[in-house]
Design a protein around this ligand. Structure first.
Ligand code: AMP
Length: 193
């Protein structure tokens, strides 16, 4: 089962992808996590991505597309994967479709998590506070100022992929304002249809 979770920063994609991974064994592929790991490891990709991420902008499509193409070819993805944070532009969505055809794979579900913008600010602040409390690194882009930019980028560059999937009848939407368990319940329902 190959799945895309879509939605703005803070909508719960990462949380739900982890829960679905536990339940179905489908690997969570978070491009944000991969990029943060590359930044930490000081790779060429990390060096190119760091400043862009800290500004809340998007890393160039070609870098992201080749990163994902390599990742989904790894053996652990054979059981299925959940894309979390990719695609983020129509060009990425088109590249993904081509990549899947190339690899003889298909998308089973594209699901959007819908959350009010005001709630996103509260969630991002909570995530930063929880990381700080637990001693984990607070993400450099988890602050109100950068979130505003990330939301602008979402509206301008990422939201256009919703009609891309909707028009081809591939999009489901779930109310991401519900509590975590209820959202998981609805996602599981869709995946088991
Ligand atoms: P995330 O953890 O998904 O919120 O991603 C954090 C940051 O990584 C984003 O604000 C972008 O700078 C970068 N990023 C993650 N995924 C992508 C993507 N698919 N395309 C371009 N940039 C990305």
């Amino acid at each position: 089962m190959n799945i895309i979770l879509l939605g703005p920063p803070g909508c719960g994609k990462g949380t739900q992808a982890k829960r679905l991974e536990e339940r179905f064994g489908t690997v969570q592929l978070s491009t944000g996590d991969m990029l943060r790991a590359a930044v930490k490891a000081g790779t060429d990709l990390g060096k190119q991505a760091e400043a862009i991420m800290n500004e809340g902008k998007l890393v160039p499509d070609d870098l992201i597309v080749s990163m994902i193409a390599e990742r989904i070819s790894e053996p652990d993805c054979a059981k299925g994967f959940i894309l979390d944070g990719f695609p983020r532009t129509v060009a990425q969505a088109e590249a993904l479709d081509a990549m899947l055809v190339d690899k003889g794979l298909k998308l089973d579900h594209v699901i959007e998590l819908e959350v009010d913008e005001a709630a996103l600010f509260a969630r991002i602040e909570k995530r930063a506070a929880e990381s700080a409390e637990s001693g984990a690194a607070v993400r450099a882009d988890d602050n109100a100022e950068t979130l505003k930019k990330r939301l602008d980028v979402y509206r301008q560059q990422t939201a256009p992929i919703l009609p891309y999937y909707r028009d081809s009848g591939r999009l489901d939407s779930v109310d991401g304002m519900q509590d975590i368990e209820a959202v998981t319940g609805q996602l599981v329902g869709i995946l088991q249809e």
